[in-house]
Design a protein around this ligand. Structure first.
Ligand SMILES: [Zn+2]
Length: 257
């Protein structure tokens, strides 16, 4: 078992060796890497959606498209989104260091906060499977634009700012409940997972499919599976190493700098 401190350290050294030897590490990050930056885990037991069912309604695309009041409430929440003040933490910075060492092939993230890019990871390797709160998209014409410009309009008095191109409904460029994932993005994530020789699953419960399936794909392709997550995951039994410590502590030790 992995209970003793000594075994944890041994396991850390071993996993670090796999990463040092890897040609292509692929990381998958979830809410757990951003909680240390003050971004709440919306789905967890202490999450916003769990504690406030109205917030979940605001995240449902059907209510959003049909009810102007839901949109107005959503824009107010966006004004106060924790991502605007959050700073990347040691976990994010460790992944930047890994990329600079030429080891990180892809960074798949379930997070919408944009903190990986803010930390300095190249946008080219970040695959945002649930989109990003840092852009808006028009639900009518598909136009995208920076979120900051839309928030300026809200501050200036537009409580539900429409698309300037076509008058359509604007929404954050995130995947809401009831919205399909973007197949090209998921396909790319899966292709990258299949090319990994080490697959690092960080701060994700690995409960949400299809993206949790990336772990299986990487495993079948022969990758070492390293999991860093506070809670158990359904993939612990196939993992080569598991770490339960805070991500901002374990990731710098694991991937070096
Ligand atoms: Zn439009």
């Amino acid at each position: 078992m992995r209970n003793s401190r000594e075994e944890e350290v041994a396991s850390l050294d071993r996993a670090r060796g796999w990463i040092d030897d890897a040609k292509r590490v692929v990381a998958l990050t979830g809410a757990g890497i951003s909680t240390e930056s003050g971004i709440p885990d919306f789905r967890g037991p202490q999450g916003v959606w769990t504690k406030n069912p109205l917030a979940e309604k605001l995240s449902n695309i059907h209510y959003y498209m049909s009810d102007p009041e839901v949109r107005k409430a959503s824009w107010k929440l966006r004004l106060a989104h924790p991502a605007w003040t959050a700073q990347p933490n040691a976990g994010h910075h460790a992944l930047v260091a890994l990329e600079k060492r030429g080891r990180l092939g892809a960074l798949i993230t379930q997070n919408i906060d944009g903190l990986h890019q803010m930390a300095g990871n190249s946008p080219d390797i970040v695959i945002e499977v649930h989109g990003t709160v840092r852009h808006v998209i028009c639900m009518e014409c598909g136009m995208t634009a920076p979120m900051s410009a839309a928030l300026d309009r809200v501050r200036a008095g537009e409580d539900d700012p429409p698309c300037r191109e076509c008058g359509g409904i604007l929404k954050s460029a995130t995947i809401s409940f009831g919205q399909p994932l973007v197949p090209e993005v998921i396909d790319r994530a899966m292709r990258c997972a299949a090319e990994a020789d080490v697959f690092l699953a960080i701060g994700s419960s690995l409960l949400v499919y299809p993206i949790a399936g990336a772990v299986e794909i990487a495993r079948r392709a022969g990758a070492r599976i390293v999991i860093a997550n506070a809670e158990e995951t359904p993939f612990d039994s196939i993992a080569d190493a598991i770490f339960r410590e805070p991500i901002g502590k374990v990731l710098p030790l694991l991937v070096g700098s």
